[in-house]
Design a protein around this ligand. Structure first.
Ligand code: ARG
Length: 563
């Protein structure tokens, strides 16, 4: 139980006749400074009922409150300031963590409801970008967070493996490509062809017509088109899988856009049945004026389907296949209009579950303040970033801990962890400028800092040979440990908040706060000194390692025991 709830119950006991529990809860405040205690109750709201001055009410209530959970209850003007009994609370919190271990903060609220998470979803024949990394790591973390509160996440990689760009690629390959070159360095070569196509199409617009024709062939199962497409796809997937392996991220499905090629006719039929399709200069659209949105373009003049048509088919498929309780799309903010249209069209089709669809957007990664664009060849290659981070981690480990046996494994966990944590620690909607030095930095509010704090705490436990026992009294009463206890105590709410807002940064920020509070404690306290609080201090260290490790796990980052 959190401190607010303890105070709420204690206050409610003495104001029962005039104030319901819920209202007491809502009146409680967090004092700005710890000098004013841990929770405050303002009495203004009671002045009318009691017909007394708030100051007087405060003094009278203070007399009546059951003091068991409190060190003191101070009256400051119209306020009651509650100072929690640190020994009582710390023992409750530490015992619970010792008992529940990494399951502390779990909940069953999700009731095994299926939640498909559309994440990563890079485009074939293009490098996986920093933006796709964001989608990958945010989606992966949301999966862990939802799982912690009882949902069943399904990680789906909605590969961009269909669309007019494949027409362009086939044209470019047939005109200027070579099999040997593609085989030697698939994505770089396919990207070069794609960029070439766009440059040349600026002066030779008829190339675009050729590309359209080739995509049409692809849609119609033309053997040559399919063969080239399949080859581009499998070469690209090999490259993507390297990254996913580095990140240790698994997908439940790789059903990308092409998977829906034969499932779009149904969408179009349904739209026709409900008289939602309108003709507009030869194209088929759904009017969305009622939603204050641009019309959704379902079929082009040449009959080719579009991104949104495939997403409509995918939404129907996922509902049928998984019977989801919610369906999440972790995709950049620049596509929010697309997802508004998607939901609106589903709504128009009469599917109430359109309300269970959530676009979870994130901000842009820029380089030197400018947008990264694949078309212009301005990209940051993710694999290079990860490799650089691992290299840098290795270097630091060799310097600081030359005797560590599994240096390469730890360097991998720390380097990759640094990149992932860097991405997740800020509110996902924030834009940020990419800076490699910043990403592989190990000091300050970084992944390696949290990992290092965890490893350091593990070493203390190892030295002490600590064995947690859930029936021991773990009573602490100093100010530094109290700061940690409050952070540990709030963990179940932190997890719920992260889940409710689809915001891994809530978890990352919690990890940083715990690490900072612990390092402060460690600097001021002799943990291993023999006195009657030693076991309690060790239980605190144990709880810190448990929660840091769990925080990192929820972010998709390892917590090595030594580094
Ligand atoms: N492939 C797309 C891109 O890179 C992202 C796909 C997102 N998922 C979806 N169901 N639309 O922009």
């Amino acid at each position: 139980m959190n401190n607010k709830e303890i105070v709420a119950k204690a206050v409610y006991e003495v104001v029962k006749e005039v104030l319901p529990l819920e209202e007491v809860r809502q009146l409680l405040e967090n004092p700005k400074s710890t000098d004013h205690g841990d929770v405050a109750f303002p009495t203004f709201a009671l002045a009318k009922v009691y017909r007394k001055a708030p100051q007087q009410i405060a003094s009278e209530l203070a007399e009546k409150i059951d003091p068991t959970s409190f060190e003191k209850v101070e009256v400051v003007g119209p306020y009651l300031n509650f100072f929690m009994n640190k020994e009582v609370i710390s023992s409750i919190v530490l015992k619970q963590i010792v008992k529940e271990q990494n399951h502390y903060g779990d909940s069953t609220i999700g009731n095994h409801g299926a939640v498909p998470i559309d994440m990563s979803s890079p485009n074939i024949a293009k490098p996986i970008s920093m933006g796709h990394l964001r989608s990958t790591v945010i989606g992966n973390s949301i999966g862990f967070i939802l799982e912690k509160i009882g949902y069943d996440p399904i990680r789906i990689n909605h590969l961009g493996d269909w669309g007019t760009q494949f027409g362009k690629l086939i044209v470019a390959y047939k005109k200027w490509g070579s099999e040997a070159k593609v085989k030697a360095d698939p994505i770089a070569e396919l990207l070069r062809l794609y960029i070439d196509f766009h440059e040349k199409a600026e002066t030779e617009p008829e190339l675009n017509d050729e590309a359209r024709a080739w995509f049409k062939k692809l849609e119609e199962d033309d053997a040559e088109a399919i063969e080239l497409w399949q080859w581009f796809r499998s070469e690209s997937l090999k490259e993507f899988n390297k990254i996913y392996q580095m990140l240790e991220i698994d997908f439940d499905s790789f059903n990308g856009e092409a998977f829906y090629n034969d499932k779009m006719a149904e969408v179009v039929e349904l739209l026709e049945e409900k008289h939602l399709l309108k003709e507009d200069k030869g194209a088929e659209i759904v009017d969305l004026t009622a939603y204050d949105l641009n019309p959704a373009l379902i079929k082009k003049t040449d009959g080719a389907t579009l991104y949104i048509t495939r997403d409509l088919a995918a939404a129907l498929y996922r509902k049928r296949e998984y019977n989801f309780v919610k369906s999440i799309y972790v995709v950049g903010n620049e596509q929010s209009n697309h997802f508004k249209q998607l939901k609106a069209v589903l709504k128009e089709m009469g599917f109430d579950w359109a309300d269970d669809i959530y676009h979870v957007p994130f901000g842009l990664i820029t380089k030197d303040g400018k947008k990264l664009s694949t078309r212009k060849g301005k990209i940051v290659l993710l694999e290079e970033v990860l490799n650089e981070a691992v290299r840098s981690a290795k270097q630091q480990i060799v310097e600081k801990n030359p005797d560590l046996p599994n240096k390469d494994e730890v360097a991998h966990q720390v380097g990759v962890g640094a990149v992932v944590f860097h991405d997740l620690k800020n509110d996902r909607l924030n834009n940020f400028d990419f800076n490699l030095e910043e990403v592989v930095r190990f000091e300050g509010e970084t992944g390696p800092y949290v990992q290092y704090t965890h490893a350091r705490a593990m070493t203390i436990l190892e030295k002490a040979g600590f064995v947690p026992a859930a029936e021991t009294l773990y009573a602490l009463n100093d100010a530094d440990s109290w700061e940690i206890i409050k952070l540990l105590q709030s963990y179940p709410e932190v997890v719920m908040q992260a889940a409710a807002t689809y915001e891994p940064s809530v978890i990352a920020k919690h990890a940083i706060k715990v690490a900072q509070a612990f390092n402060k404690y460690y600097a001021h306290t002799k943990i291993l000194v023999e006195d009657d609080q030693k076991e309690a201090r060790l239980a605190l260290v144990y709880a810190v390692t448990t929660l840091l490790k769990e925080d990192l796990r929820l972010l998709g980052v390892h917590a090595p025991n030594k580094m």
